[in-house]
Design a protein around this ligand. Structure first.
Ligand code: SF4
Length: 703
């Protein structure tokens, strides 16, 4: 055992945004074992089913891409080439498009699973040197509504809370989330807290009865898409009952009067009718919040993945603001990050409308600061294309080349058939990947093999602003390279200066320097500090000691121009696709307990298939009865965009009129009929540009 321990390395689980610490043990035969890190503040040694099986995904190299491949035209087969040949030609093609059609003719589509260093160099490359902002990531499909909500209400994309607030809270409002399955280790803390303190109240808001409801004091099984109505009604009841913090509203917030006028525009009875929940349950929920000493609102994709996602976020943030439950122990809004490093990406400005270290792309002073620092070209003020917009632009020819890394868009994008059509039309596609499975590879003109988790070093930031250093444990197989190195080599082939970093630590140091004087200042950090401390929470300024900033806004000064939080009168609009006689049911999508995203990693682990082994449609027994559908019947789910064919799972846990598909499955054995995104809608929130994954109109029939 001591021999094994001498080769153990700390790291962070590469799945969800909880950010559990792991110890990776390198065995003598080159394989690894993974254990929970008992010294890690997040999980104290615990891991969920996905994390505990991480070693299988690392050890199974059967699907790994091993060397660069390229074809000189679409009719030629891909052939093995050297790194130099692949990158030289890619650079030549990119240069040609940029010269001929401008810098906006090329784009990079990356991932919330990228390390911060990878995001950093990508951002620098496209914004600082190529001269467009066409870098977006799959975080657009995940957290962009929360980002916009935080910026509008608090002045910046800043999660105010820390996990230790859980044990200090006595009321939880969990909405549009199933953390029992999707953020399990964090939820274990809530469960333990509730078990030790039965007076703690848990309100769950979800059209489905999920495992999270098993410890709920109250489940509001609302109609999909009615979150804003519900949150506004709770706001109204809180105001009527005098359960608001007038001192906070008067001295630390603005916008209350307009908000009050708006929420009083509907009676609670009217709101209850729209939401499909009982008025007394709404009043009970408001009384739990009104009596709370510590109130945490917790949410994820049910609020974010919506054509009114920003309004949903704002309406929820308002509940914390009018009650003054922010910036104090046991209180605050708490967005659960879907991906392991979506937050790190946001820190470096790794979305098409963001700039480094929470600077604003539309602020000329901010652009100039970054431009000078990088020493490249002019940073464009025009926001780049977002995730789905990139594929639309490929489809209509505005975008000529796309470089896809660390993500599997043909399974994860809404309206996947449109994305397929777009990739077929693309003039030039680069896919940087670890696995030979993603469907994007069949459209690739260049395939670049990347190092996987544990095969490279870098940092990630979890849902509570906690930055962790991930050790490199193994060498990547064959010719695979770390993603940051691939991007830097490409930048050098493009002829750009400033990408000759000696190592990942040097990239990190450059990112750190760009945070000087910002609200996410981490100038006290470098790899040595991170290795010594284990993890820290930002901000972490030069000269600080301890483990960083646990809680933001403790001085009640927000990052807005007035230093006050803004209570937005978020309009209660409906923008989704309305059900019709042809498509009478509402489809919502989501995750299952043991799979992660598009299964390119978890799908390799047989144990993880035991929980739920195949895609299914969850449908209420009364809806199924009307349609003549029985348990396990094959059903066809159709929308205006496509079809899905899966087995029916009858369950009274879902609201009548609503059906559910898991989002994980893509092409299996040549068939893509398991893919939920054949039918989902690519309608976007107008501000966050996040798609409406949780609401589209479908028809279900027995196949
Ligand atoms: Fe990994 Fe999330 Fe599970 Fe923790 S809760 S082990 S971070 S998947």
């Amino acid at each position: 055992a001591s021999e094994r321990l001498s080769e153990s390395f700390t790291s962070t689980c590469c799945y969800c945004g909880v950010g559990c610490g792991v110890v990776v043990i390198k065995e003598k035969n080159g394989t690894v074992a993974v254990e929970g890190n008992k010294d890690h503040p997040v999980n104290k040694g615990m891991l969920c089913s996905k994390g505990i099986n991480l070693q299988y995904t690392v050890n199974d190299k059967s699907d790994r891409l091993l060397y660069p491949q390229m074809r000189y035209n679409k009719s030629m087969p891909l052939q093995r080439v050297s790194w130099d040949e692949a990158l030289q030609r890619t650079a030549a093609v990119f240069k040609t498009f940029i010269q001929k059609y401008g810098p906006e003719s090329v784009a990079f589509y990356a991932s919330g699973q990228c390390l911060t260093e990878e995001y950093y160099v990508l951002n620098k490359l496209i914004k600082g040197f190529i001269g467009s902002n066409n870098l977006d990531t799959n975080s657009r499909l995940c957290m962009s509504s929360a980002v916009a909500g935080y910026k509008m209400a608090l002045g910046e994309d800043s999660v105010p809370i820390c996990y230790d607030d859980i044990e200090l809270a006595d009321t939880f409002y969990v909405t549009g989330a199933n953390p029992a399955w999707c953020h399990p280790i964090l939820w274990r803390r809530v469960e333990a807290h509730k078990a030790a303190n039965p007076q703690v109240k848990i309100i769950v808001v979800d059209p489905r009865v999920t495992d999270t409801c098993s410890i709920a004091d109250l489940h509001l099984q609302l109609n999909p898409g009615t979150d804003v109505t519900l949150n506004h009604a709770l706001g109204r009841i809180l105001i009527e009952n005098g359960d608001i913090d007038l001192d906070f509203i008067q001295h630390h917030a603005e916008g209350f009067e307009k908000y009050k006028e708006l929420v009083f525009g509907k009676t609670v009875a009217e709101a209850a009718e729209i939401c499909g929940v009982r008025e007394e349950d709404m009043r009970l929920a408001a009384s739990y919040i009104g009596n709370a000493k510590g109130f945490i609102s917790m949410w994820t994709m049910g609020l974010n993945q919506s054509s009114v996602g920003v309004n949903k976020n704002l309406s929820l943030l308002n509940l914390n603001l009018i009650t003054g439950h922010i910036g104090k122990p046991g209180s605050g809004p708490f967005s659960l990050t879907g991906q392991p490093n979506a937050m790190g990406g946001r820190e470096v400005g790794g979305l098409s409308n963001l700039l480094s270290a929470h600077r604003n792309l539309n602020n000329p002073v901010h652009r100039e600061e970054v431009q000078k620092f990088w020493g490249g070209g002019i940073i464009s003020e025009k926001p780049g294309l977002t995730a789905t917009e990139m594929f639309e632009a490929l489809n209509d020819g505005r975008l000529k080349a796309i470089w896809i890394l660390c993500t599997n868009p043909l399974t994860s994008l809404p309206n996947a058939r449109l994305a397929e059509k777009a990739l077929k039309k693309a003039k030039f596609v680069v896919v940087q990947e670890i696995s030979d499975k993603p469907e994007t590879l069949q459209y690739a003109d260049v395939i670049l093999p990347a190092a996987a988790w544990a095969e490279k070093e870098g940092t990630m930031t979890n849902s509570e602003r906690r930055i962790s250093y991930l050790n490199k444990v193994l060498d990547p197989p064959a010719e695979a390279l770390p993603d940051a190195e691939i991007i830097c080599r490409f930048a050098q082939h493009m002829g750009y200066k400033g990408f000759d970093f000696a190592n990942a630590a040097a990239i990190y140091q450059e990112h750190v320097q760009l945070t000087v004087g910002t609200n996410i200042d981490i100038t006290g950090l470098n790899y040595e500090v991170l290795k010594e401390k284990g993890t820290v929470q930002w901000p972490y300024k030069l000269g600080v000691t301890g483990n960083g900033t646990h809680r933001l806004f403790t001085d009640k000064k927000f990052y807005t121009p007035s230093a006050k939080a803004i209570i937005h009168a978020a309009p209660d609009e409906f923008r989704s696709e309305k059900p019709s006689p042809d498509f009478p049911l509402i489809l919502t999508t989501g995750r299952i307990r043991d799979q992660w995203h598009t299964m390119s990693k978890t799908g390799k682990v047989n144990k993880l298939k035991k929980h739920i082994g195949q895609a299914f449609l969850e449908i209420h027994p009364l809806d199924a009865d009307v349609l003549g559908i029985k348990e396990e019947d094959i059903v066809l789910v159709s929308s205006q965009r496509g079809e899905v064919r899966v087995k029916a799972k009858l369950s009274a846990a879902i609201k009548q009129g609503v059906v559910f598909l898991p989002m994980h499955w893509g092409k299996i054995l040549g068939s893509d009929l398991n893919r939920a995104n054949n039918v989902t809608n690519d309608l976007l929130d107008p501000i966050s540009k996040e798609p409406d994954f949780k609401y589209c109109a479908v028809r279900v029939e027995k196949y």
